[in-house]
Ligand binder design. Structure first.
Ligand SMILES: [Zn+2]
Ligand SMILES: [Zn+2]
Length: 282
């Protein structure tokens, strides 16, 4: 397996990942990653632990991050925020509100599943999520444990995917608002896995106007056509083409491994340079 040096998109138990923040850092360092960001869903709770763990690996540059889920009528838009002030009280309060709405959503999905004859316990879903934000993967895991599924993916295909009978819409933050939230806490907003966004091109223009600095272009085991399209789109809009594995540590046989998305070192260099430049201006 070829492993790259840069991974700007990973998850831990602070949201729906399986490893602790310190273990994500350790594993990435062992695999030769030299620039790493932890971007948990609507949570920065793992950042302090990851920063502490990264001190043991002088060759590793750690970038604090977050991944904000947003609400759009079609598709799925996630905004990554790099170099955010993860101690900002306003940010922490906003993230908590977003997580609460997510708990409400997961709970509603459990109720809908029950009406479909699938009896999983809300308590068990919470246990699986642990201290992190409750999300659809935890619901899927509970279904899998109870023998309702042949595979983890089946939960999304048959039940809780966007068009599934037990899917519940999330409330509340638009992509533009998410970009603005990242900017407010001195972060650099980047659009995650843009090919899930539906009508992409107008949205990129709109987000760029709100402060977007990058597009994730290197992800999902490098599908060549998609990467090319996104790198070109980034160039047209004068955005940095970033990337990462979106590692969750749940199913190693199906996931892209840490550092496995062939992200060019220049991506990280450009992002780091921009963060420095903004800091100097303040
Ligand atoms: Zn995402
Ligand atoms: Zn992600």
């Amino acid at each position: 397996m070829k492993v790259g040096e840069v991974d700007l998109h990973t998850h831990s138990i602070a949201s729906d990942g399986k490893l602790s923040p310190a273990d994500v850092v350790r594993k990435a360092a062992e695999l030769g990653v030299t620039v790493l960001s932890l971007c948990d869903h609507d949570s920065v709770d793992g950042i302090a632990e990851a920063i502490a763990a990264a001190r043991s690996f002088p060759q590793l540059t750690f970038i604090p991050g977050v991944e904000l889920s947003t609400d759009v009528p079609h598709g799925e838009v996630h905004i990554l925020g790099y170099f955010i002030d993860y101690t900002d009280a306003g940010l922490l309060a906003r993230l908590e509100t977003l997580r609460d709405s997510r708990i409400g959503r997961a709970r509603k999905m459990v109720e809908k599943l029950r009406k479909l004859g699938i009896n999983i316990e809300w308590k068990r879903v919470q246990e699986i999520a642990g201290s992190g934000a409750v999300g659809r993967p935890h619901v899927a895991q509970a279904m899998l444990e109870k023998g309702y599924l042949a595979s983890f993916q089946e939960a999304f295909v048959k039940y809780i995917g966007r068009d599934g009978p037990a899917y519940v819409e999330r409330e509340k933050i638009t992509p533009v608002e998410a970009v603005e939230l990242v900017v407010e806490v001195n972060g650099l907003p980047v659009m995650a896995h843009p090919l899930t966004a539906g009508d992409l091109e107008p949205m990129v223009g709109e987000l760029k106007a709100a402060g977007l600095v990058g597009l994730e272009a290197y992800y999902d085991a490098c599908p060549a056509e998609g990467v090319k399209r996104l790198v070109n789109l980034a160039r047209e809009h004068n955005l940095i083409a970033t990337g990462g594995s979106d590692f969750h540590g749940i199913d190693y046989s199906a996931e892209t491994m840490l550092g496995g998305s062939c992200v060019p070192v220049e991506s990280a260099e450009q992002l780091i340079a921009l963060a420095k430049q903004r800091n100097l201006k303040k």
